[in-house]
Structure formats: structure tokens, C-alpha cells
Design a protein around this ligand. Structure first.
Ligand SMILES: O=C(O)CCC(=O)C1=CC=C[C@@H](O)[C@@H]1C(=O)O
Ligand SMILES: [Mg+2]
Length: 371
């Protein structure tokens, strides 16, 4: 059976975040991204979302490179090749190096379309079994420690299963110690977004006192070797984010013992099929995984929820509810969190409808490709 793709639509959206999000790199207020739509000959629609940011601070990809790569390389490849199963997309896109977020935006739409054609939830199509997923929340760098403590308090009251605090040199030990002191029973982790080097080893080792769940990406965005040196002298588990782009990277990190945990982001690894392969490898090698976030709108959020239903996603991810990010999301119903849990939708595909009014309101450009 083939998946007869007849048309692909790229919509460029611009949405304003409810609250600015600050990391060790800077502050984000607006989010620009693509919603991809893939149609088949029976007028079923699959949806995907690109997660690159407007500037290349998190990875080398941007909204503009996503557009260039999708339009000039990936869509022509889909035009020339027959897809039988969404896993085929990995091989079809293989001649194009990296550009994983662009690949994932199209591959995700094909997965959604495939699940809808089978009339099954995307979670089930991926092999996921959970009916509910546990979620945590990622808190950006705040103006003061008091601001941070009151923000953490609000999210703890709401029931989030773990709190992730963004850190950078000068906003680390004291801040985390203050959080641990006020909330001794709340699982807390830190994310450095590669703000340290091995020269900071003493400062990083000191974090062991705080019994954090993990520290995410303390060292360079493209490093696996130094992280292995750091993990050897730290009790706190290291979690890799930016460094992992593929199953190959995962194998190297596991072999070198560079981390004990991996944050799987669908966009960063080039799509759901590669995310699943990484998940399976980690399951077989005792590495815990969780699903990271990229401040997604509803479509990307729905893909994250589906992926998190796989068994090795044993730690709460960053997929909070729509209202934490947006006044109005582009899906109906919106994603909601109750007591730190999201109920996995049971309807076909991503399990949420597109809110056409909202989608149109936030669309700034649109382009259609007939296949
Ligand atoms: O709430 C979310 O979607 C996760 C937010 C978050 O922590 C991140 C989003 C984007 C880039 C990074 O700053 C970061 C991360 O590194 O995980
Ligand atoms: Mg991270």
C-alpha cells in the first residue's frame, strides 16, 4: 500500500508567546514556524510543525532555512519517490544532510496522514500504550530569585511532575539551592543550554550537593567527549539535548558514557521514525529518555504527546498545556494538563482538530505544491 500524496501546503505562522522565554542565549517573545499539511487522494489531511527558531541560537536551523530546504529539496524528493510507510521518509530524505527540523516538519505530517488513513491514533501507530502522560515544566531565567520562587510555586500548585530551571554561569548553584530549600520534595532539574566548559568543572561538581534529577546539556552544543569526562566525575546524571541528532550520536554517547539520560526532541533528530529508533536503543541499553519541547504550537505539541506514550519515556517531559504558551492555540480542543498529566487523545491521527480560524489568523504566508 502506498500513501498517495497529492498536495503539500506550507503555512508560515507568527504567534506571540504569552510570557517571554529566557535562556542562557537570550529572550524569545514571538515564535515563527511552519505548519505543514499533506493531502492524499481521499482528501485526508496530515499535519506537521517545524520547530526551528527565527535565529540559529539553539541549532543551526532557522525558520528561513526550514523553508528553503523543504521547498527546494525535500518536497521535490517526496514528489519523485513513492512512500509506503512513514518510516520510508527517513531514507528518501537521507541524501540531504542534517536539516532535521525541516525533515521532521514534513515527516510528522506524513505520520499523521498515515495514522488517519488507518483510522488509529498516532500514539498507537507509533506503538505507544500509555493513556496518560506525566509532564513537567521548563522555566526560563527569571529577573530575580524571588520571581523564580513564585513561578515555581505556581507550577508546583498546578501539579507539574518536575520543574526544569534554566541556568547559566552566575545563575546556577544559589538559585537552584533556593528552589530546593523551598520545595524539598519537588523533583528539580537544570538545563544549561551548553553555557559551561570543562574549566567550570568545580562549579558543576558542586551541583551534586543539590541532588538534582539531572543536568541537561552543560557543555558545548556539539560535544560528546567532554560530557563523558564530566559525567565520570559527577554524581548527578547528565542529560544530552543539543548534542544528539540521530541514533548514531546516541550510540556514541552511550558508548562513551557521556550521559545517563537523553532528551529526545522530534525536530532535532529528524522526525518520529528516528525518535523511535533512539527510544528503542535507549530502552535496550538502560538509558532513560524524556520528550523535550521547542515552545511548540498545538500540532507539534500533539506529536510530542503521541511519542511520549512509548514505554521508555519514563521521565516527565516538557510538554505543558497550550495555555502556558498561547492566548489561543491552533488546535481544538487545546492541550490541557490536570495534576501534571495529559490524557492522550483517542481519535485518529494527532487526535486534535485544527482550529481553522486561529490557523488563518496567525498565517502570514501560504504556498501549495501539487504532487
Ligand atoms: O516548554 C518547552 O517547550 C521547552 C522549553 C525549553 O526548555 C527549551 C526550548 C527551546 C530551546 C531551549 O531553550 C529549551 C531546551 O533546551 O530544552
Ligand atoms: Mg535543553
Amino acid at each position: 500500500m502506498t500513501i498517495p500524496i497529492t498536495q503539500i501546503k506550507l503555512r508560515r505562522l507568527k504567534m506571540q508567546l504569552k510570557h517571554p522565554f529566557t535562556t542562557s542565549f537570550g529572550t524569545m517573545q514571538d515564535k515563527e514556524f511552519f505548519i505543514t499539511e499533506v493531502l492524499d487522494d481521499a482528501e485526508s489531511h496530515g499535519f506537521g510543525e517545524s520547530v526551528a527558531f527565527s535565529s540559529p541560537w539553539y541549532s543551526e536551523e532557522t525558520v528561513q532555512t526550514n523553508y528553503h530546504v523543504m521547498k527546494d529539496f525535500l518536497i521535490p524528493l517526496l514528489h519523485r519517490n513513492v512512500i509506503h510507510h512513514p518510516d520510508d521518509v527517513l531514507d528518501v530524505f537521507r541524501p540531504i544532510k542534517r536539516n532535521n527540523m525541516a525533515k521532521s516538519a514534513l515527516e510528522g505530517a506524513i505520520w499523521d496522514l498515515y495514522a488517519k488513513r488507518k483510522n488509529m491514533p498516532l500514539a498507537e501507530a507509533l506503538g505507544g500504550k500509555k493513556e496518560e502522560i506525566d509532564v513537567g515544566i521548563s522555566i526560563g531565567i527569571q529577573p530575580t530569585v524571588d520571581d523564580l520562587l513564585s513561578t515555581v510555586d505556581r507550577y508546583v500548585q498546578e501539579g507539574f511532575k518536575r520543574i526544569k530551571i534554566k541556568i547559566k554561569p552566575g545563575w546556577d548553584y544559589d538559585v537552584l539551592a533556593a528552589v530546593k530549600k523551598k520545595f524539598p520534595d519537588v523533583p528539580v532539574m537544570a538545563d544549561a543550554n551548553s553555557a559551561y566548559t570543562l574549566k567550570d568543572i568545580n562549579q558543576l561538581q558542586r551541583l551534586d550537593e543539590l541532588e538534582l534529577m539531572m543536568i541537561e546539556q552543560p557543555l558545548a552544543h556539539d560535544d560528546i567527549v567532554d560530557h563523558s569526562k564530566l559525567q565520570a566525575v559527577m554524581r548527578t546524571p547528565i542529560c544530552l539535548d543539543e548534542s544528539i541528532h540521530s541514533l548514531e550520536d546516541t550510540k556514541k554517547a552511550v558508548q562513551l558514557e557521556s550521559c545517563r539520560i537523553i532528551n529526545i526532541k522530534i525536530g532535532r533528530v529528524g522526525g518520529l521514525s528516528e525518535a523511535k529508533r533512539i527510544h528503542d536503543f535507549c530502552r535496550d541499553h538502560g538509558i532513560l529518555v524524556w520528550c523535550g519541547g521547542m515552545l511548540e504550537a498545538g500540532v507539534g505539541r500533539a506529536h510530542n504527546i503521541a511519542l511520549t506514550t512509548l514505554s521508555q519515556f519514563a521521565l516527565p517531559g516538557d510538554t505543558a498545556g497550550s495555555s502556558r504558551y498561547w492566548e489561543q492555540d491552533i488546535i481544538a480542543p487545546e492541550v490541557t494538563v490536570e495534576n501534571g498529566r495529559i490524557t492522550v487523545p483517542k481519535t485518529a491521527g494527532i487526535g486534535y482538530d485544527i482550529n481553522e480560524d486561529a490557523l488563518n489568523r496567525f498565517t502570514v504566508e501560504e504556498e501549495t505544491f501539487n504532487m
